[in-house]
Design a protein around this ligand. Structure first.
Ligand code: ZN
Length: 240
């Protein structure tokens, strides 16, 4: 186990919840940060406390490592983002193939704020759920983007931060598999019940893969990944 501290960008979604478990498995002290920028799926932020509490209750050895939670308000990002995430608009694909939910450079801004917080908190490792495998083609999720950002942050802050993206090369099914490897079925069930992905903030419809409208791109991605995961589980036989 790594004696250093880590800061996890924890939005309350499936990916960042899996990253939180990944960090708790590795680092002696793990803090979390969430960003409130007026997103329409702000219900995701409400899931954060519930998930942290469930995690601490179910996994006592992780509870001992789970430290402060921070919420940073980034109102300016919401003001800048003329997109479907912050307006009452239909979610659709743009001509360039990106969903109109894309907030330009959002992850760069998140990483800069998170690293400034990590600096103040004395945490060396930043853990984030970016993934370029099946994640809508957001350019700020690319591995090269994150690596370049790490270089820029380390130069600009005169420190040696390490940016970890454990999901970068996993598809959604493999992300569920990682959760199972880290915390077994209890962690998988906790992620289904207490995390949120739906862009529309729908918590009234419960599916096998969790809550959501079932039709927005985030729901479709989560559903497809969960179906592929359960298919692989079935093919591999019952879990021991
Ligand atoms: Zn949805």
């Amino acid at each position: 186990m790594n004696a250093d501290g880590a800061l996890v960008l924890f939005s309350g979604g499936q990916d960042s919840a899996t990253c939180l478990a990944w960090a708790l498995d590795r680092f002696a002290r793990v803090e979390t940060v969430g960003f409130d920028y007026g997103q329409r799926h702000a219900v995701e932020l409400d899931c954060r406390a519930a998930f942290r509490a469930a995690l601490a209750a179910q996994f006592p050895h992780w509870a001992a490592r789970l430290a402060e939670d921070h919420t940073l308000r980034l109102d300016a990002l919401g003001t800048l983002s003329d997109t479907a995430l912050t307006r009452e608009a239909e979610i659709a694909l743009r001509e360039d193939g990106l969903p109109n939910t894309f907030v330009p450079g959002r992850n760069l801004i998140f990483l800069a704020f998170a690293t400034a917080l990590a600096y103040r908190r004395g945490l060396r490792h930043i853990v984030a759920g970016m993934c370029e495998t099946d994640y809508s083609g957001y350019p700020d999720c690319r591995d090269d983007t994150i690596k370049a950002m790490q270089v820029a942050l380390n130069l600009g802050m005169e420190r040696r931060f390490v940016l970890h993206t454990p999901l970068m090369w996993r598809d959604k099914a493999a992300t569920w598999e990682l959760a199972e490897a880290l915390g077994g079925r209890p962690l998988v069930d906790m992620i289904i019940e207490h995390t949120h992905s739906c862009y529309l903030g729908d918590r009234s419809h419960r599916h096998a893969w969790g809550y959501g409208c079932g039709t927005c791109p985030a729901c479709e991605l989560r559903q497809r990944g969960h179906e592929a995961y359960t298919t692989r589980c079935t093919a591999a036989g019952p879990a021991q």
